[in-house]
Design a protein around this ligand. Structure first.
Ligand code: ADP
Ligand code: MG
Length: 730
């Protein structure tokens, strides 16, 4: 069944080529109990290792069950081993951190048995080797004899026709030795058992053949009892460990040596945190860039603002607004969008404050003072350590007016509350009620509109002339007051009671009205007639009612503020598909440093790749050191029939389980910080940039690192023959 023809193996000892075995010819068959003896160094182990395909040979041919295995590849040889051969060693080679049961179960798992079908088989074997009482004992706690029994149990579990034992009693006292040999004999029916021993007398009674070796050659080879050789076909099909069983085994391996688990856990923690910090530093930098640009039209240009209007320039109704608010990624909407980019002046006899106007409804609380109760009361938003905050009592006592460049828009204003700014931006903010806000809005529309004024046959156009339409409460509907600057438009320079028509045109609407000129003011009489503070040549004064009719035509343009800048493209395309034009303010930023920053980004990216590579090698070497202690484990499962792929997947699953636990731990801590259970402000500011997709990317990066580590480690084991990696161990 096994035939060796002229098999030799050589070793190179300091330049001298010595043969460990030399031109061995041998035939072994089933039902034999072969005993090999000989002095130390005579080549017994070498022969045994070659027979059991643990080692390769340099010359000759070898047949197992009539198949010539001389030209087989390593993987083919491993398949052969798995199918035909079990090994028993002098020093047992058990998995010390497993129980007796688990050691034997492992063989079944590696040979493709389902976990739930193994139990009876293992118990059956435990009975045969008399270790039922020690079923759940860790093998490290057993005596030598008991350990060797487990090793025999394992060989039985492998169900191979050939059992090879290299000095199985070498480390045992004679009593246990006898017991072991007895068991070996008991199980030898229909098998080929080959035993190497120093102590031939102890085994003589079981032997069917004796082989003696000397100096790499067979010097005696004779049968002790004649045997009928079985011709039973004992070949069985081999199968590999199943997926679910892989998970079970990987889980067991991840946790069964606690110190190893903790060490790996800490390394993966270190790795996760490092990769995370690298990633954060990269996106943080990316975000801090935003404020470096500037824009001459929009004062508010954070990356969260999208300006929208309807593609048909129609009104945006409350229903529309509610629909928009229901969309993903929408934080809030500012209706008085134009005001975000317009500065007004809050003025008293002593103080001036330039501000952007916001709706008081958006404000829930103030830091000093109260929320407004009257229409003329306002709240200002300024920095915490500010002149206004330290002198708030004085400030609350003053009367203010709100002005644009030239004209008072609202007077009798009182400050009743102060809110502290949270973000850095240039302008103070003032929270106003809807009525004043509308006035400011109309003011902007009147600035942005094209205005045509017609008196008689004369027309003036704001395209060529500087015209301002200003509302005055003291005028009645239908009345207009002009300056004598425009008297030339009337017959005989007499404009009083003449008709004047006003036409307004802007992007969103047209409107017009017909008025009667009530008065003409001059530099001398403007104070008495209209009670104005200053005289301005280009103003046309109309009643508030007319002003509202002309300019308060509804809501056409709003600013949407989003939650997540990274999803802006999605949000914009959604808005477009709903019939809105969009202007993403960040895109309008004029950024002269962009090219420089792009170059800088490339360098930073290279830096990150270098650091990542460094991290990979650091973790690889530490993990390799930890795994080094597990070389023995992997060599043993290889001996028991685990293939290269099996070892890769087992190791990967094990490492990955620990990695996942570390990673989940990191996420858990991050969530604690995010939810302010842990207060680490600096970290919190960074962490807000992270979302689920980032975690997925990070996890994949760590997974890749793990795959590389696993492959490198496994390759290292498998480039050697089993006996080479085994010898490294012992
Ligand atoms: P035995 O098992 O009979 O004691 P071995 O088969 O272990 O003998 O060794 C046979 C010969 O091969 C010895 O001379 C030994 O020195 C040599 N040998 C065995 N393994 C190696 C090795 N890995 N490197 C060099 N020489 C070796
Ligand atoms: Mg030996």
């Amino acid at each position: 069944m096994i035939i060796l023809k002229n098999i030799s193996k050589f070793y190179n000892n300091n330049g001298n080529i010595n043969s460990a075995i030399n031109k061995i010819n041998l035939e072994l068959n089933l039902n034999e109990f072969v005993v090999i003896t000989g002095e130390s160094g005579s080549g017994k182990s070498t022969l045994l290792n070659i027979i059991s395909c643990l080692d390769n040979y340099d010359e000759g041919e070898m047949y197992i069950f009539d198949e010539d295995i001389s030209n087989y590849s390593k993987t083919d040889l491993e398949k052969y081993r798995k199918k035909y051969i079990s090994n028993i060693f002098q020093n047992f080679n058990l998995i010390n951190s497993y129980t007796v049961y688990e050691n034997i179960e492992l063989v079944y798992l590696l040979n493709g048995c389902k976990k739930n079908k193994i139990k009876d088989k293992v118990n059956n074997i435990l009975n045969k080797i008399n270790l039922m009482d020690y079923k759940n004992t860790k093998v490290s706690k057993l005596s030598g004899g008991q350990k060797q029994k487990v090793a025999i149990g394992r060989a039985l579990a492998k169900e191979t026709p050939i059992i090879v034992a290299d000095e199985p009693t070498g480390n045992l006292d004679s009593k246990s030795g006898n017991e072991i040999l007895q068991i070996l004999h008991d199980i030898s029916a229909n098998k080929l058992v080959i035993v190497v021993t120093h102590n031939y007398d102890q085994i003589e009674k079981y032997a069917t053949r004796k082989i003696k070796m000397s100096d790499g050659k067979i010097v005696e080879n004779y049968y002790i009892n004649s045997k009928n050789y079985s011709t039973v076909d004992v070949k069985k099909n081999t199968s590999n460990i199943k997926l679910f069983e892989k998970f079970l085994l990987a889980k067991k391996n991840a946790f069964n040596i606690f110190s190893k688990f903790i060490l790996l856990f800490l390394i993966y923690l270190f790795l996760s945190v490092s990769v995370l910090s690298l990633y954060l530093s990269f996106i943080k930098k990316d975000n801090s860039v935003n404020t470096n640009g500037f824009n001459q039209f929009f004062q508010d240009y954070t990356g969260k603002r999208i300006v929208v209007n309807k593609k048909n320039n129609g009104k945006i109704s409350e229903v529309d607004l509610n629909k928009l608010l229901d969309l993903d990624n929408i934080d809030y909407i500012i209706k008085e969008d134009l005001l975000l980019d317009k500065e007004y002046l809050l003025e008293s006899s002593d103080y001036n404050l330039f501000f952007n106007a916001l709706n008081i409804d958006t404000l829930k609380k103030v830091d000093i003072g109260t929320l407004p109760k009257q229409n003329n009361e306002i709240v200002i938003e300024v920095f915490k350590d500010n002149y206004y905050t330290s002198n708030y009592k004085e400030i609350f006592n003053k009367q203010y007016v709100i002005k644009n460049e030239e004209n008072i828009i609202e007077s009798n204003i009182k400050i009743v509350g102060i809110k502290f700014k949270e973000n850095y931006d240039n302008y103070a903010k003032v929270y106003l009620n809807k009525e004043i806000l509308d006035k400011l809005n109309m003011n902007i529309y009147s600035e942005f509109s094209n205005t045509k004024i017609k008196i008689g046959n004369n027309i003036i156009d704001s395209e060529n002339e500087n015209i301002k339409i200003v509302p005055l409460n003291s005028l009645n509907k239908g009345e207009v007051v002009i300056t004598d600057n425009y008297s030339y438009m009337c017959n005989n320079y007499n404009c009083k009671d003449e008709k004047l028509s006003l036409d307004i045109m802007n992007k969103y609407f047209n409107s017009s009205t017909n008025l009667i000129i009530k008065n003409i003011i001059t530099e001398r009489n403007y104070k008495e007639i209209l009670n104005l503070e200053n005289y301005s040549l280009n103003n046309f004064y109309i009643s508030m009612d007319d002003y509202i009719e002309l300019y308060n035509k509804g809501n056409y343009q709003n600013s949407i503020f989003i939650n997540n800048e990274k999803k802006v493209d999605e949000t914009i395309s959604k808005l477009n598909s709903l019939g809105y034009n969009t202007l993403y303010i960040k895109d309008t930023i004029v950024d002269f440093d962009q090219i420089f920053r792009n170059i800088l980004n490339i360098f930073i990216l290279i830096g990150i790749i270098i650091v990542l590579t460094g991290l990979f090698f650091i973790s690889y070497f530490i993990i390799k050191l930890i795994l080094k202690a597990r070389n023995k484990y992997f060599t043993i499962i290889r001996i028991l029939g685990a293939s290269y792929k099996d070892v890769i997947s087992l190791l990967f699953l094990e490492l990955n389980l620990i990695l996942s636990i570390s990673f989940l731990f990191v996420i858990f801590i991050i969530e604690l910080i995010k939810n302010k259970v842990l207060t680490l402000d600096y970290l919190n500011n960074l962490i807000v940039y992270l979302n689920i997709s980032d975690f997925v990317i990070l996890y994949i990066v760590l997974l890749l690192i793990n795959i590389l580590i696993t492959i490198r480690f496994t390759k290292n084991i498998f480039t050697k023959s089993i006996i080479e990696s085994y010898n490294e161990e012992v």
